[in-house]
Each structure stands twice: as structure tokens, then as C-alpha cells.
Design a protein around this ligand. Structure first.
Ligand code: NAG
Ligand code: NAG
Ligand code: NAG
Ligand code: NAG
Ligand code: NAG
Ligand code: NAG
Ligand code: NAG
Ligand code: NAG
Ligand code: NAG
Length: 273
């Protein structure tokens, strides 16, 4: 390299460093520490990437993997409008057992007439599971002619009685009556359930939950991170929606850019490689 170019490059790097040193806020928003911590709650112990929560700050993994520990030491995973209790987690098989929090009290009644809210490119429901369909606001005539009359329970919803019909493992809308009349219900939801090995009630079966396998969409970036920076940690910049690689409380030196987190000194110019 021409000596002048080297000097210019050096000056640029120095300027860049000074700029960052002076402009980098000294509060915690730039501090990527604590990804070496693990999450533990109740029976779940030593949970690591891609999960975050507890002592593991949100910059230590993608937002879909955020956990919390509730007052009863139950691990909670929130996904859009629903929250799920996490009762098993296995990093090796990359599986979770989840159950909807709204079905936690052994009752099949819920105010949340909502289907599974998990992102289906990240959490894959075990395809061997059975499906429970709950049918709300059904037309009585269509029910009585469908043979479903006994598959019912009632819920007390704020003093009103709600009649609910259920079907396991068949699409309720494919059940025809002897008069070939389709079941007519205003709303229905489907919940995966584990194979019923016991005579548990519907509420118990719902509380037991279902198995999903999880996929970290950024696992390739993460592998690269560990390879290039042994001792580093995989993390996530939620603002950019991109994975990051963390070395000692900071972004690892290299090409990474981040809106929230800045490379601090010692500076390696990130246009270099
Ligand atoms: C930390 O700095 C960011 C800007 O980089 C600012 O938005 C935030 O309010 C600051 N937090 C505290 C606790 O000072
Ligand atoms: C890291 O953990 C310590 C101790 O628990 C805490 O004081 C600090 O605020 C945490 N840092 C971040 C960036 O979360
Ligand atoms: C980040 O915070 C930790 C304490 O939680 C502190 O030891 C460390 O020096 C901080 N790092 C930076 C770069 O501010
Ligand atoms: C969790 O980690 C701690 C500290 O490394 C270890 O003593 C403990 O046996 C681990 N627990 C489980 C269930 O792996
Ligand atoms: C986790 O999954 C692996 C691989 O399927 C299995 O060998 C191991 O026994 C499981 N661990 C627990 C605690 O279930
Ligand atoms: C599900 O996750 C994938 C991978 O992160 C993402 O591309 C997609 O936008 C997500 N879908 C929804 C509905 O959030
Ligand atoms: C539907 O039928 C059940 C029992 O047969 C009855 O208790 C209920 O009042 C009926 N509902 C309507 C809206 O007709
Ligand atoms: C839930 O999913 C089933 C099957 O896809 C669908 O028929 C039903 O309308 C959905 N319910 C809601 C509330 O979106
Ligand atoms: C379930 O079945 C077992 C025997 O298989 C019996 O001992 C138990 O009382 C039954 N429980 C209920 C709630 O019916």
C-alpha cells in the first residue's frame, strides 16, 4: 500500500474511533453483557441461546425466544396475543412442550377464541399429535343432526352460559349429518393435544399441552460467529432484525453493523475485510 494511503487509512480509523468514543452513550444500551448467563425457572435449568429471559437480556437471542418466569415458577413464552407455559425444554432435540396459559386451571373454557399464535416457521408442531377442535356459537339444528350432541360442555363466561362442542381428530366441517347438513358454528379453534394415554378430562388434556420442535432461523450465522470468534456469543439486534456476534460485552470486530449497538474501541475498521 502507498504510504500516504496507509496514513490516510490510519487517520480515518482514528477519527472513526474518536467519533464513536465521544458519541457512544455510556449507558447500558451499548453494553452487550450477560449472554454468558443462563435462564432457569422452576424445573427448567441452564437454558441458553436462542432463548433469552431472566438474567439473559433480550440482545442474547431472537425475539421469538423470549421467556419469562411467572410467580409460580412456570416458564412463559409469549407469542402474539397468547402466552404458553413451557413445561419441557430440550436443547439437544430442540423440542419444547407448550400448553396455552388460558387452559391452565384444568378447565376447557377460555375467553381467547384464538388458534395457535406461534410462528410456524420457527415452532413446528409435532405432526403426529391429535387435534382438538372447539366449536362456539353453533346452530342447534345442525349440531343435533350431526351426532355431536353429546360432545358438549358449558362454560360460565361472566355469568353467561356458553355452549361449546368439541371434536377430536376430524375436521368438524367435514362431519355431515344424516341429512347432509354441515355443522354451522360462528367460531372454531383448533388446539394440538398429546395422544390420550389416560382418561383425563378435556381440561387436563389441554393443560398437558403439546410438543413442538424449534428452529433458530439464524443458526448458520450463529455457527459462523462461534467459529470466527471462539468464546463469543450469538445475539440479536431487534431493531435491525439481524443476528449479531458478541465478544466481551461488545459487537465482535468485523463487518457487523448495528443501529443500536456500536463497535467501541479498540477499533478495527469494518470496511477492511
Ligand atoms: C440510553 O441511551 C439511549 C440512546 O442511545 C437513550 O435512548 C436511553 O434513554 C438511555 N437510557 C438511559 C437509562 O439513560
Ligand atoms: C448484567 O447483569 C448485571 C448483574 O445482574 C446487571 O447489573 C447489569 O445491568 C446487566 N447488564 C445488562 C446489559 O443487562
Ligand atoms: C458492561 O456492564 C458490565 C456490568 O454489567 C461491566 O462490567 C462492563 O464493564 C460494561 N462494559 C461496557 C463496555 O460498558
Ligand atoms: C446447571 O449449571 C450448573 C452450573 O454450571 C450445574 O451445576 C448444574 O448441574 C446444571 N444443571 C442442569 C440441570 O444441567
Ligand atoms: C433430550 O433429547 C435428547 C435427544 O433426543 C435425548 O437423548 C435426551 O435424553 C433428552 N433429554 C431429556 C432431559 O429428556
Ligand atoms: C416468522 O419467522 C420468520 C423467520 O424469522 C420471519 O421471516 C417471518 O416474518 C415470521 N412470520 C411472522 C408472521 O411473524
Ligand atoms: C340448543 O339446544 C340445547 C339442548 O338441546 C338447549 O338447552 C339450548 O337452549 C338450545 N339453544 C338454542 C339457541 O336454541
Ligand atoms: C382456526 O383454524 C381453523 C382451521 O384452520 C379454522 O377453520 C378456524 O376458522 C380458525 N379459527 C379462528 C378463530 O381463526
Ligand atoms: C382413570 O382410570 C383409572 C384406571 O385406569 C382409575 O383408577 C381412575 O380413577 C380414573 N380417573 C378418573 C378421573 O376417572
Amino acid at each position: 500500500m502507498h504510504p500516504l494511503a496507509t496514513t490516510t487509512s490510519f487517520l480515518l480509523t482514528l477519527l472513526f474511533c474518536l467519533h464513536l468514543t465521544t458519541s457512544a452513550p455510556s449507558n447500558d444500551s451499548n453494553n452487550l453483557s450477560n449472554c454468558s448467563q443462563t435462564f432457569s425457572c422452576g424445573t427448567l435449568k441452564n437454558v441458553t441461546y436462542p432463548f433469552t429471559g431472566g438474567l439473559r437480556p433480550s440482545h442474547c437471542g431472537p425475539p421469538e425466544f423470549g421467556l419469562t418466569c411467572d410467580a409460580d415458577s412456570v416458564t412463559i413464552l409469549k407469542a402474539n396475543s397468547l402466552s404458553y407455559r413451557v413445561t419441557h425444554l430440550n436443547h439437544t432435540s430442540q423440542t419444547l412442550r407448550l400448553s396455552r396459559s388460558d387452559f391452565h386451571d384444568n378447565s376447557p373454557c377460555t375467553l381467547e377464541h384464538t388458534n395457535n399464535t406461534l410462528n410456524n416457521s420457527i415452532f413446528l408442531i409435532d405432526p403426529t399429535l391429535e387435534t382438538l377442535s372447539l366449536l362456539y356459537n353453533c346452530d342447534n339444528n345442525s349440531i343435533s343432526s350431526s351426532g355431536l350432541t353429546n360432545n358438549r360442555f358449558s362454560c360460565d363466561i361472566n355469568g353467561d352460559t356458553e355452549e361449546v362442542f368439541y371434536v377430536i381428530n376430524s375436521n368438524p366441517y367435514n362431519l355431515y349429518s344424516t341429512r347432509w347438513r354441515k355443522i354451522e358454528c360462528k367460531t372454531s379453534i383448533q388446539v394440538p393435544i398429546l395422544p390420550r394415554t389416560s382418561n383425563g378430562s378435556l381440561g387436563e388434556v389441554l393443560k398437558e399441552g403439546f410438543d413442538v420442535s424449534y428452529i433458530d432461523p439464524y443458526s448458520a450465522d450463529c455457527t459462523r460467529c462461534y467459529k470466527k470468534h471462539p468464546g463469543g456469543y450469538c445475539g440479536f439486534d431487534a431493531q435491525l432484525g439481524k443476528p449479531i456476534c458478541i465478544c466481551n460485552d461488545q459487537l465482535c470486530p468485523g463487518k457487523q453493523k448495528s443501529l443500536v449497538f456500536k463497535n467501541l474501541c479498540p477499533c478495527e475498521p469494518y470496511w477492511g475485510n
